[in-house]
Design a protein. Structure first.
Length: 355
C-alpha cells in the first residue's frame, strides 16, 4: 500500500475537493468542503481512547504496566502506545481549531483535503485561507492551513502555513520556518488551553504570506548560472565525508543533482516561460523533485507534507536566496526577456560520475 492511505469502515480515509490525488483513492467532491463534510467524507468521525495495557507474567497472571494503548473506539483498533501523561487530541478538535483560525481571516477559507494514514494513526486536514498571489504575473500561489495530529503516541499536533503552486498541479508545500508560522501542541498538560492559544496562528500566517510573496518575487527576477546552481545543490544535497575524501560523487548526491538539473531545464515543460532560468524556476525544480521523484511513493507521500522532504523545501527557499544574492537581475515585464537559459548539460554529465 504505497500510498499509505488508511482504510476505515471499508472505505479509503481521504476526501478531496475537485481534483483526484495521484493514488486515485478516496472520495472526490466537486466543491470545497465544510469542516463537517470533510470530517465525515474522509471517514474521520470517530474518537480514540487511552486504555491501560497488561503484561502476561511467568505465573500466568496479567498485571497492569506503565504503558497505555491508544485505541479507536469504533472498532478497538490499536493505533499506538503512550505513557501515563499522554492526552489524545480527538479528530474533531483539529477541525474545530482550523475553523477557529479561519474565522479570523477576512473572506473565509475552505477545506481542500482531509484524511488518515496507516491504520488511522496520522490525521490531516488542509484548508484554504485568503491571500493568494501570482509570481511573475502567471504562477498562482495559494496559502493553506495544514492540521496534522497523531494517535500513535509520537510527536505533537501541528497547525502550520503551507503553499500550493496551482499551475500544473505541482505542490510546493513549502512550510515556513519563520517564527509564528507553525504552532505545535504537545499531547500533555492542558491540551484545550493550548488549542485556544494556537488561535493566534492566523495573524502570524498572514504576515508569513506577505514575506513569502516578497521572497518569490525576488527569486523570479534573479538569473541562475551554473555556479549558482552548484552552490545551491552543494548545500541541499551535501556529499558524504568519505566521498569528499575520495574525490568522488556518490549515488545519494548524483541522483538528485541530475534530476533537479533536468527539471530546472524543463521549467515544468516551460509552463511559465516568464520564470525560465530564474532562481524561482530552480526552487520549483527542487520542490518538484522532492515531492514527486525522491524516494518511494510511500516515503514521498509522507515526507512531502510531514517529513524530511518538507525540510528540504523549506531550506531551499533560504539557500537559493542566499546563493543567488549576487545574481544578475531582469527587469519587468519578463515575459519577452531575451538571452539564453543557462546550459546544464555539463552539470548533468558531471553528476553522473558515481562511485
Amino acid at each position: 500500500m504505497s500510498h499509505d492511505i488508511a482504510t476505515i469502515k471499508g472505505k479509503d480515509a481521504v476526501a478531496l475537493a475537485r481534483t483526484p490525488a495521484w493514488h486515485h483513492l478516496g472520495t472526490v467532491v466537486d466543491h470545497l468542503m465544510t469542516a463537517r463534510e470533510a470530517f465525515e467524507t474522509a471517514q474521520l468521525d470517530w474518537a480514540v481512547e487511552k486504555r491501560p495495557l497488561y503484561a502476561l507474567w511467568p505465573d500466568g497472571s496479567y498485571r497492569m504496566t506503565d504503558a497505555f494503548g491508544i485505541f479507536r473506539v469504533t472498532d478497538n483498533q490499536l493505533l499506538g502506545t503512550c505513557g501515563k501523561m499522554y492526552r489524545p487530541i480527538q479528530n474533531d478538535k483539529g477541525f474545530e481549531l482550523v475553523d477557529a483560525l479561519l474565522e479570523l481571516a477576512d473572506g473565509g477559507a475552505y477545506y481542500e483535503t482531509a484524511g488518515a494514514l496507516g491504520k488511522g494513526e496520522r490525521i490531516w486536514a488542509l484548508a484554504r485561507i485568503p491571500g493568494e498571489f501570482n509570481v511573475a504575473g502567471e504562477d498562482k500561489i495559494e496559502p493553506f492551513i495544514l492540521w496534522h495530529t497523531r494517535h500513535d503516541g509520537n510527536g505533537s499536533a501541528i497547525a502550520k502555513l503551507i503553499f500550493e503552486r496551482v499551475v500544473c498541479a505541482n505542490t510546493l508545500a513549502i512550510a515556513l520556518n519563520e517564527k509564528g508560522a507553525e504552532i505545535r501542541i504537545p499531547h500533555f498538560g492542558d491540551v484545550d488551553a493550548k488549542i485556544e492559544a494556537a488561535k493566534k496562528l492566523m495573524a502570524a500566517a498572514t504576515d508569513g504570506v506577505m514575506r513569502m510573496r516578497e521572497k518569490f518575487d525576488i527569486l523570479a527576477n534573479r538569473i541562475v548560472t551554473k555556479a549558482h546552481f552548484m552552490a545551491v545543490v552543494d548545500k541541499l544535497f551535501p556529499e558524504t565525508e568519505e566521498n569528499v575524501a575520495a574525490g568522488v560523487v556518490g549515488n545519494a548526491r548524483a541522483e538528485p543533482i541530475a534530476a533537479v538539473a533536468k527539471l530546472f531545464a524543463s521549467n515544468d515543460k516551460n509552463a511559465i516561460p516568464a520564470v525560465k532560468g530564474t532562481a524561482y524556476n530552480l526552487l520549483n525544480a527542487v520542490t518538484e523533485y522532492t515531492d514527486h521523484y525522491s524516494g518511494t511513493n510511500k516515503s514521498r507521500a509522507r515526507s512531502a507534507m510531514f517529513g524530511a522532504g518538507e525540510q528540504v523545501k523549506a531550506d531551499a527557499v533560504e539557500i537559493i536566496l542566499e546563493e543567488t544574492a549576487n545574481a544578475a537581475t531582469i527587469e519587468r515585464p519578463i515575459y519577452t526577456r531575451p538571452g539564453p537559459t543557462p546550459m546544464l548539460d555539463a552539470i548533468i554529465e558531471a553528476s553522473a560520475t558515481v562511485n
